[in-house]
Design a protein around this ligand. Structure first.
Ligand SMILES: *[C@@H]1O[C@H](CO)[C@@H](O)[C@H](O)[C@H]1NC(C)=O
Ligand SMILES: *[C@@H]1O[C@H](CO)[C@@H](O)[C@H](O)[C@H]1NC(C)=O
Ligand SMILES: *[C@@H]1O[C@H](CO)[C@@H](O)[C@H](O)[C@H]1NC(C)=O
Ligand SMILES: *[C@@H]1O[C@H](CO)[C@@H](O)[C@H](O)[C@H]1NC(C)=O
Ligand SMILES: *[C@@H]1O[C@H](CO)[C@@H](O)[C@H](O)[C@H]1NC(C)=O
Ligand SMILES: *[C@@H]1O[C@H](CO)[C@@H](O)[C@H](O)[C@H]1NC(C)=O
Ligand SMILES: *[C@@H]1O[C@H](CO)[C@@H](O)[C@H](O)[C@H]1NC(C)=O
Length: 431
C-alpha cells in the first residue's frame, strides 16, 4: 500500500532531480591540510557555493572536522562526502565547543534552503563520519555532547548513502524540512566494550522526523536510542524497509511536554526489523499535555528479542525527578486511529538489564508488568479512541503465555484483544 503522499513526494523528487544544463554549476573540492582543522577553509569558501554547486569531500582524504560546520542557506547544492570525516578525538575539546553560547546545536548543521542533497559514498572504505563515540560511552560522559547532523528547514532534500561510525550521541534531525527522502544510510554505534552507546535523555536519536512529507527507507541502524523519533509537527511521514538493532524503538513523541499542544498526523511505519531493541513500536505523551496525534500505523514489524513490542503511554513523566506528578490539567494529548498490524516475533521475557538502565527501578520499568506483554496500553481516560492491534503473532522466548496490560476504563473501542491485565486473547477486531 504505497500511500498517496509518498507517491506525490517521489514525483516531486523526480522533478527536482531531473538533470539540468550544467551551465554555471560549480564544484568546490574541500581542501585538506594534514594535522589541521579543515573546517575554517571550508567555511571561508562557502559563500561562493550556496547555489548550483557541489561541495565535495574527496575520496582518499580523511578530513579533520575539529570545529563545527554550519552551512548557510543553500539552493541546488549537493554536499558529497566521498572522503572520511573525523571528529576531534578528545572529549574536553568537543565539550568546550558544545558548551559555548555560539554553538549551533549540531556538529554539522544545514540551516535551510531548497533542493539540497547530502550524500555519502558507496565505497565501503570511504565516506564515513567517525564520531569517536567509544571514549564517551566508556566514560559514561553525557555532559555537552554534540548532536550530529541537523538537516533543518530544507525543502526538497535528499540524505543518502551516508555512513556514521560511533557517533557520540544523536544523528540526523530533520526539523522544519519538507519533501525529504532519506535512504541507504547506515549508522553504526557499536561498542567494542561493555559500555552502552548512551543517549538516555530522550533527545533526537538516529532519525528524528520533525517536518512534512518525508520518506525514510532502506536504512540500517545499530544504536542505543530510538531508531526513529517522530516529533511534534510531523505530518505525512513514511518509514519502511529498515533494520534497527540494539536501540529503543520506532517512536512517536514524546509529545505535549509542559502542556504543549501536539500535532502529529499521518505516519506510516512499515516493514522494519527490530532486533534486540527495548521497544518495537512506542508512543509517549506527557502527563498534562494537549493536542492530538492521529492516523498512525505501524505495520509488518518483525521483532526479535524485544521486551516491549507495543507500548503506549499518555502518562509519561520524567522518572529521574521523582514520582509521577498528580496532574491538575483536565487535558491530555489525544490519540486516535492508531493501528499496529502484522507484528511477529519474540518477546524477551527472561531477566535482562538494558544498557541504558542506570537507576533502580529502571526508567523503562512498568509497575505490575510480568515481562510477557506484547502490548502495554497506559492510556489517559477519555482521550484515546480507535487504537487497534491486528494480525499479531508474538511468542515469548521462554514459551510462557503472552500477556497484555490494558485498563478497560480508559478506552471504549475494541483494541483487538481483551483489554485487561492478563493473557493475550484476540477479539474479532484483532483477527
Ligand atoms: C569567491 O569568488 C570570487 C569571484 O570569483 C573570488 O574573487 C573570491 O576569491 C572567491 N572567494 C573565495 C573565498 O573563494
Ligand atoms: C537539484 O540539485 C541537484 C544536485 O544535487 C541538481 O542536479 C539539480 O539540477 C537541482 N534541481 C534543480 C531543479 O535545480
Ligand atoms: C574510513 O573510516 C572508517 C570508519 O572509521 C574506517 O573503517 C575506514 O577504514 C576509513 N577508511 C580509510 C581508507 O581509512
Ligand atoms: C492516514 O495516513 C496515511 C499515510 O500513512 C494516508 O495515506 C491517509 O490518507 C491518511 N488518512 C487520513 C484519513 O488522513
Ligand atoms: C538479530 O541479531 C542476531 C544476532 O546478530 C541474529 O542472529 C538474528 O538473526 C537477528 N534477527 C533478525 C530478525 O534479523
Ligand atoms: C499524588 O497523590 C497521591 C494521593 O493523593 C499522593 O500519595 C502522592 O504523593 C501524590 N504525588 C505527588 C507527586 O505529589
Ligand atoms: C486545555 O485545553 C483547552 C482547549 O484546547 C485549552 O484552552 C486549555 O488552555 C487547556 N488547559 C491546560 C491546563 O492546558
Amino acid at each position: 500500500m504505497a500511500s498517496s503522499f509518498s507517491l506525490t513526494l517521489l514525483l516531486g523528487l523526480l522533478l527536482i532531480t531531473t538533470p539540468q544544463a550544467c551551465q554555471g554549476w560549480k564544484t568546490f573540492v574541500v581542501p585538506h591540510k594534514p594535522g589541521q582543522d579543515d573546517t575554517p577553509p571550508l567555511l571561508a569558501a562557502l559563500a561562493n557555493y550556496t547555489s548550483d554547486s557541489t561541495i565535495l569531500f574527496e575520496k582518499g582524504v580523511t578530513y579533520n572536522i575539529l570545529t563545527p560546520i554550519t552551512f548557510p542557506v543553500l539552493n541546488n547544492v549537493e554536499v558529497a562526502i566521498e572522503g572520511n570525516l573525523t571528529y576531534p578525538e578528545d572529549i574536553p575539546t568537543i565539550q568546550a565547543i558544545v558548551g559555548a553560547s555560539t554553538f549551533s546545536g549540531s556538529w554539522i548543521a544545514f540551516t535551510g534552503g531548497t533542493n539540497v542533497t547530502l550524500r555519502g559514498s558507496l565505497d565501503p572504505q570511504w565516506g564515513w563520519i567517525d564520531g569517536h563515540g567509544q571514549a564517551w560511552w566508556d566514560a559514561m560522559q553525557q555532559v555537552n555532547r554534540p548532536h550530529g547532523i541537523a538537516f533543518s528547514k530544507i525543502s526538497g532534500g535528499v540524505i543518502r548513502d551516508m555512513k556514521i561510525w560511533k557517533p557520540v550521541a544523536w544523528n540526523f534531525a530533520t526539523s522544519g524540512s519538507s519533501n525529504l527522502h532519506a535512504y541507504n544510510n547506515k549508522i553504526l554505534a557499536i561498542s567494542d566494550t561493555s559500555s552502552f552507546p548512551f543517549n538516555t535523555d530522550g533527545k533526537p536519536p538516529c532519525f528524528s522526523a520533525g517536518g512534512t512529507n518525508m520518506l525514510f527507507e532502506n536504512n540500517h541502524i545499530v544504536n542505543g536510542d530510538d531508531c526513529l523519533t517522530v516529533g511534534n509537527g510531523a505530518l505525512n511521514i513514511h518509514w519502511r524497509n529498515t533494520y534497527c538493532e540494539g536501540g529503543h524503538g520506532l517512536s512517536i513523541g514524546s509529545l505535549g511536554k509542559g502542556g504543549q499542544v501536539a500535532n502529529v498526523q499521518n505516519v506510516l511505519i512499515e516493514s522494519t526489523v527490530m532486533n534486540t531493541t527495548l521497544y518495537a513500536a512506542r508512543f509517549k505523551s506527557w502527563t498534562g499535555g494537549n493536542g492530538l496525534a492521529r492516523n498512525i500505523t505501524w505495520k509488518n514489524i518483525v521483532f526479535d528479542n524485544v521486551p516491549f513490542p507495543i507500548y503506549i503511554t499518555q502518562n509519561y513523566w520524567d522518572q529521574g525527578v521523582g514520582p509521577q506528578p498528580n496532574s491538575t490539567s483536565p487535558n491530555n494529548t489525544h490519540i486516535q486511529d492508531f493501528l499496529f498490524e502484522g507484528f511477529t516475533g519474540t518477546i524477551r521475557d527472561t531477566p535482562y538489564v538494558e544498557g541504558s538502565c542506570i537507576s533502580d527501578p529502571c526508567w523503562y520499568a512498568v509497575p505490575g508488568a510480568t515481562g510477557k506483554e506484547v502490548a502495554i496500553f497506559d492510556l489517559y481516560p477519555g482521550t484515546a479512541s480507535n487504537i487497534l492491534v491486528k494480525d499479531t503473532f508474538p511468542r515469548t522466548e521462554t514459551g510462557a503465555p503472552v500477556t497484555v496490560m490494558c485498563n478497560p476504563e480508559t478506552i471504549s473501542t475494541d483494541v483487538g484483544f481483551k483489554c485487561w491485565d492478563g493473557k493475550f486473547i484476540r477479539t474479532a477486531a484483532g483477527l
